[in-house]
Write a protein that binds this ligand. Structure first.
Ligand code: HAM
Length: 421
């Protein structure tokens, strides 16, 4: 019986990990500059947390959540996103007592039972960022500027930033009524799901992937025409600050995002290169979620980057050269093998990346292995060398060979390693 990974779940292979590490370390470097701290949260939560936070009528909750019952009958879910968990943690640990504005990020796997395709998996990874505690438009603009800076620092400069405002509960009401009226006119052309959504949560019709619904929603009323004064001013300021920060964007009044918790600013970073799954990051303000979860009335804004999609965009560099060992030890004969095994450990402790074969092999085979591992240099030591107290170091690029004394082998190899090949 040969096992395969579960559909939609993928291995990240050694030759791909370099790109992942680059993305994550660049994110950490930049977030630190902007004053963010890391938080790590569990991958499983009570299912209700997501139903309440993201919204019962969203696809994520109603169709895509991996749920399970534990032995005590608790209804749990593998997290489909991180925001609800971060807010749960903020309230549970009273992080607001530490410092009122908390800037947090977290990196890890999320789970959604979606149909796998290019750029879409059932286990995928997000770099998730939240600013909790500041209501002002400067936070919105700064956060968006940070995400664009992150992408450009990875060399991704052709991304399109879409921004929109979803208003607040006050102005969303009249918009919902107007939208519902509009959708009613096309009721018989809506897909069965959207016919229900029209009644329960008409904004979710914007998420529908069915072509006829897409056509209908194209001419739907715009939320921006319904913003109350406060929300309109907030959105004006966000756009102004973005311009001041030199961030290019397009206003997309149909950007509704697939989660119910958003208020005011929403945004999505899109690419033309990944086909249907074109969003590499998305987020927005969610000023009511904290209260909804029983916490203090605290505004917040955040976003999540889809790491798989960024990896795909960086695909050119994804097949990164694995760094080979600095030194490959090639002993010949039992005595040399025993010595080399000890040297190997000492060399590693002194900071050199070293390898050797544990099987007794001829020199030719060992050289072939060194080559395959992309070793930069090989130390050859056989019986003759042991008697002479001198080993041979072969540079695998220039093919030059030199002799080095064996009595101080670690220092000698550090010296040799520092010579340019
Ligand atoms: P989201 O738009 O659902 O937002 O996901 C953010 C990003 O995760 C997407 O833009 C996409 O790049 C990636 N993504 C989503 N689903 C998949 C999938 N099945 N396979 C691969 N990548 C995927 C959120 O999750 C919000 N929690 C973001 C947020 C944080 N809003 C406020 N704070």
């Amino acid at each position: 019986m040969q096992y395969k990974a579960v559909k939609g779940f993928k291995d990240i292979l050694p030759y791909q990990v370099g790109t992942w590490n680059r993305i994550e370390s660049e994110a950490k470097r930049i977030f630190e500059l902007f004053g963010f701290n890391e938080i790590r949260i569990p991958v499983i939560e009570k299912a209700e947390l997501f139903a309440r936070g993201i919204g019962q009528d969203t696809d994520i909750v109603s169709k895509e959540m991996y749920t399970l019952k534990d032995r005590k009958g608790n209804f749990l879910a593998m997290r489909p996103e991180a925001t609800a968990s971060v807010i749960r943690a903020y309230i549970e640990h009273k992080l607001y007592n530490v410092y009122q504005v908390q800037k947090l990020f977290t990196i890890g796997p999320m789970f959604r039972y979606e149909r796998p395709q290019k750029g879409r998996r059932r286990q995928f990874h997000q770099i998730n960022v939240e600013i909790i505690g500041d209501p002002g438009p400067r936070s919105d603009s700064e956060l968006i500027a940070m995400i664009m800076y992150f992408f450009s620092s990875l060399g991704l400069n052709d991304l399109i930033l879409n921004v929109n405002s979803l208003g607040c509960l006050k102005c969303r009401g009249p918009f919902r009524t107007e939208l519902k009226g509009y959708l009613k006119r096309y009721f018989s052309h809506l897909c069965p799901d959207c016919q229900i959504r029209m009644e329960t949560n008409p904004l979710r019709v914007f998420d529908c992937k069915v072509e006829t619904c897409n056509q209908i929603i194209k001419d739907a009323p715009s939320m921006l025409d319904f913003l109350c004064n406060d929300c309109a001013n907030h959105f004006d300021s966000v756009r102004l600050y973005l311009k001041q920060l030199g961030v290019n964007f397009v206003v997309n009044s149909h950007l509704m995002r697939g989660l119910d918790y958003y208020t005011r600013t929403t945004f999505e970073v899109q690419t033309k290169e990944l086909g249907a799954q074109n969003a590499v990051a998305g987020g927005g303000r969610y000023d009511n979620l904290m209260k909804e979860f029983g916490g203090p009335d605290t505004p917040a804004i955040g976003f999540a980057i889809g790491v798989e999609r960024v990896v795909e965009l960086l695909e050119e560099n994804a097949v990164q050269k694995e760094e080979g060992p600095d030194i490959f030890l090639a002993p010949l004969g039992k005595e040399a093998e025993d010595k080399a095994f000890i040297w190997l450990q000492e060399l590693r402790k002194s900071g050199l990346k070293c390898e050797m074969e544990y099987r007794s092999l001829g020199l030719k085979t060992q050289m072939r292995h060194a080559d395959r591992l992309k070793a930069r240099k090989v130390l050859i030591v056989g019986d003759d060398e042991l008697i002479k107290g001198k080993g041979i170091v072969r540079d695998m690029i220039s093919k030059e060979q030199i002799e080095i004394p064996l009595n101080n082998i670690v220092d000698e190899l550090i010296r040799v390693n520092s010579l340019n090949s």
